[in-house]
Ligand binder design. Sequence first.
Ligand SMILES: [Zn+2]
Length: 366
Amino acid sequence: MADVSPQPSRSRDLDKLLLRPGNLVGPRFEPGPEMRDDLQTYARVLVVGAGGLGCELLKDLALTGFRNLEVIDMDRIEVTNLNRQFLFRLEDVGKPKAEVAAKRVMERISGVNIVPHFCRIEDKDISFYNDFNIIALGLDSIEARSYINSVACSFLEYDSDDNPREETIKPMVDGGTEGFKGHARVILPGITPCFECTIWLFPPQVKFPLCTLAETPRTAAHCIEYAHLIKWNEVHGATAFDPDNPEHMKWVYDEALKRAELFGIPGVTYSLTQGVVKNIIPAIASTNAIISAACALETLKIATECSKTLSNYLTYNGTQGVHTKVTEFERDKECLVCGPGVLIEVEPSVTLQKVISQLLTSEPLR
Ligand SMILES: [Zn+2]
């Protein structure tokens, strides 16, 4: 069948960014088709995580023109993933997320090559991570972010004036979502704060004071935590509460309901009980889509310098209306992960004890 109207080029929107000059471009940006070709040929991006955010990131990066992608994830697909991890189907349950996600995106977007890695992030050599120009993080754990951050920062070298050597900077783009809230940030080790510089951004889990639970409950969550933390021990003593045991969960739910009725508090349900006890926050597909879009755009900006990157932390909140804000956080000068450190030179014959005392007192070694 003959084409009635010519199909618009898939790179039509990308071309507007890459083929035209601009006022916000970086010093290495040279508009033209070569820029687009280079992006496709040379830019290598690793996506860490193939869950809710990872699926979005892979699709967005592939549609943005990146053709050399790899994805790493240790999880297998579960039924409960299917409402938002849109690359997976019912028949994929039990299969590795990374492998199915890579296959699906390659089926739909011609020209892109995605190499999946079904393993733990710690299983890869450090050199594996050094092969990528940019690392995009779609993770839900602080520990995993911390690990990748420490790996990326380990490539960083400083010159004798404690300025970072540009060629050793491994850029990261980090996305995170929790319910209707999310963030996207750009981490350029040595230039912008690393994950560890701003670790305080992740507050400890919300805990209720025991006295509130025991005496003045005001919310459904208070009633649930009373049943979970206080009543369970009173009644069951030595038997530890197992959140994966449905009988245990039902018992806590029943007790929470009794307590809620006593204090006239509405809202205790079985699923809320599960959510509070297991600290589950429901994942929202649209939050993942919005945060991933921001991350993919930042990845494009880092790769091409077609515009200045986010400086340096975007928060999104869709709880009531839509609220976004960009905050420029500062590096922690004392950060042990991304800082230049202090150079100490010692004789090969010096004992460990002397090195330790040198570190503690900063007295010269003899
Ligand atoms: Zn740092």
